[in-house]
Ligand binder design. Structure first.
Ligand code: ATP
Length: 599
């Protein structure tokens, strides 16, 4: 669900590498360590950057995530999931669906919940009636402010650019509009960058040195007039702003709104009448089907409607690997409840969703539940909390949103019934005195036949991103430790400690040697796993230690080795990825044993 889009900007450390779109911010500019305002960049920051680089490299090397259309130079903001990535993402979806849809039943209430409830699934179309987006507010409001640089042809999100004011007395050159150096020298200029975090100050210093011809060991000559400020504070002084890739001030256009919805046309004619939008969120599919679901299923308020599906946002600066993409998948649930009970449900869903991430292996110190301040809340929201994760591409102590849990009141059902609501939650009127965007006119209230009460339900919405969640699980799982090689010598190993439920491959089967009936026995066990529907791999190539490493690196929780003893006593070695413990178990029982551990 769209919330106010003024969350802190994320570091541009891992932008997509893209040659097909020229109006993008350069990759990784100013990434090197250094000093900012006298502060040494911490080792921790460098370690986090290095860690993220290794994760991105592993994703490509082992077939988790590839850049979309890579052989053509890539398409910025779009990603492909490879053979292992697709399994991991399916497991993330499955874990969410199990918890949100399958596990809930009014007859088996969760003791932490105000009462028992149902959640049903739905799958709605990506292109919906254009009125949906007018009424929901996306058509008018779903916009970021951006500026263009006339000199460098770059396009930047206003709130992603920051800079420091500097006395321009050192300027050697006239300004872009031809103003002589002597005149501009009396002014302060804002030297800007799109680099975030501790590296931003360093990047600005380097730019200033270059712009003013100051040597890197003479930075004391730079006459700074401010600490870091956002470009949002300088929109009235753009003539004195040196854009992130420009060589002189005054090259930025005034900020303008950039709607994030992708437009398309339905039918043969490309006219305004046929204009449609790729959905920027899945949530509206649930609201417009509220009545259909109530009329066709045996649900009673409180209940939820859940959906997993693709959403599209034409993000100005997609970056940080899959974190901010232009095509991504959401896992959203709209929970409809009695207005008087809504706050209890809000607290319940906020806490329950936090537990989900923890149960699947995210350490509590890397998770943050951040309640929005009143000033951050969308006008219809009486409470919103973000569940955030300490992604390694962020600075230490910073977190990025995985999921928003919002109390949305009756905003959505009322809007789709009456018409787009204004800030006071009245129907917004156009200049002709009629509703600016008409609702469907359908009655979307709910009649409770037990209490004989009619009301418009309030909505609690946990809205998660499948790609961000998958990325968080990958980041959390990535470890480097030591394990013995075939000769017993300790070696560094890369291991993905993914929760077994999420691991793309659950178990690997190895014959120790390729003779004495071992491959045949291993294949028999391999087939038994396949028959049980458990994702299994067979590997007979290379030394056993190497085969273990290959499996550790992709997060396979268990490896089974068929050896000489197997042929004598029917047992196999079962090796645990995390503890490295090896136990012998009867080959005939190993499938059941793993199936039990996966439950
Ligand atoms: P942000 O502030 O990061 O742009 P948002 O608050 O607009 O996100 P929501 O509209 O609440 O996001 O969407 C719900 C979830 O969808 C987010 O928590 C996130 O996990 C995911 N999501 C949103 N935008 C993107 C994107 N561009 N790329 C990947 N996932 C996204």
């Amino acid at each position: 669900m769209m919330t106010q889009r003024t969350v802190f900007p994320l570091a541009a450390k891992f932008p997509t590498i893209c040659t097909s779109e020229i109006a993008e911010i350069p990759a990784g500019a100013g990434r090197s360590a250094g000093t900012i305002q006298g502060t040494q960049i911490s080792m921790a920051s460098q370690e986090r950057t290095a860690r993220m680089e290794k994760i991105v490299a592993l994703c490509k090397r082992r077939g988790f995530i590839f850049q979309s259309s890579e052989i053509y130079g890539g398409q910025n903001g779009f990603w492909d999931y490879g053979p292992l990535g697709v399994e991991l993402k399916r497991n993330v979806r499955q874990a969410w669906w199990q918890d949100m849809v399958i596990a809930n039943d009014p007859m088996l209430p969760d003791p932490a919940a105000p009462c028992g409830f149902n959640i049903v699934g739905i799958e709605t179309s990506i292109i919906m009636h254009p009125q949906v987006w007018k009424v929901s507010g996306h058509y008018d409001l779903f916009a970021d402010k951006m500026v263009d640089c006339r000199e460098a042809k770059g396009r930047y999100r206003l709130d992603h650019v920051k800079g420091r004011w500097i006395n321009a007395a050192l300027a050697q050159k006239p300004a872009a509009d031809g103003t002589p150096a002597a005149q501009v020298a009396a002014e302060d200029w804002l030297v800007t960058t799109t680099v975030d975090g501790p590296e931003a100050g360093d990047a600005i210093t380097k730019r200033a040195c270059k712009l003013f011809g100051v040597k890197s060991n003479e930075t004391h000559k730079l006459a700074w007039k401010s600490e870091l400020v956002s470009l949002t504070t300088a929109t009235e002084q753009l003539d004195r702003v040196i854009a992130p890739e420009a060589t002189a001030p005054g090259t930025l256009t005034p900020p303008r709104d950039f709607n994030l919805m992708f437009e398309t046309y339905t039918g043969a004619l490309q006219s305004d009448d046929n204009k449609a939008f790729l959905r920027p969120e899945t949530a509206q599919g649930m609201f417009v089907n509220f009545k259909n679901v109530c009329d066709s299923s045996r649900v009673r308020v409180p209940f939820g409607i859940a959906q997993i599906g693709k959403s599209f946002r034409n993000e100005i600066t997609p970056r940080n690997f899959t974190f901010r993409s232009r095509e991504f998948e959401q896992m959203e649930m709209e929970f409809f409840c009695q207005p008087s009970e809504s706050f209890k449900w809000y607290s319940y869903w906020r806490d329950r969703r936090m537990k989900w991430y923890a149960a699947l292996g995210i350490k509590s110190e890397n998770l943050l539940l951040r309640e929005h301040h009143n000033s951050e809340l969308a006008h219809y929201s009486v409470g919103t909390a973000d569940i955030e994760y300490a992604f390694p591409f962020l600075d230490e102590g910073e977190y990025g949103e995985l999921e928003g849990v919002a109390h949305r009141g009756d905003f959505d059902l009322r809007s789709h019934s009456e018409g787009k609501l204004d800030k006071s939650l009245n129907v917004e009127m156009g200049p002709d005195g009629q509703p600016k965007y008409r609702g469907s006119g359908k009655d979307l209230s709910y009649f409770d036949d037990q209490t004989r009460e009619r009301f418009v339900p309030h909505v609690i919405e946990p809205a998660a991103g499948c790609d961000r969640t998958t990325l968080a699980f990958l980041c959390e799982a990535y470890h480097e430790d030591e394990a013995p090689d075939d000769k017993g010598v300790m070696q560094t190993r890369v291991v993905l400690r993914l929760h077994p439920k999420l691991a793309p491959v659950k178990v690997a089967i190895f014959p120790l040697i390729k003779k004495d009936g071992q491959p045949e026995k291993a294949l028999e066990i391999y087939k038994a796993f396949k028959d049980a529907g458990i994702n299994v791999q067979y590997d007979a190539q290379a030394a056993i230690g190497k085969r273990y490493r290959r499996m550790d690196e992709i997060g396979t929780p268990w490896c089974i080795t068929v050896d000489g003893d197997t042929m004598k006593d029917g047992t196999v070695t079962l090796r645990d990825r995390d503890t490295l413990e090896q136990i012998r178990v009867p080959a005939s029982e190993v499938v059941d044993l793993i199936a039990k551990r996966l439950r």
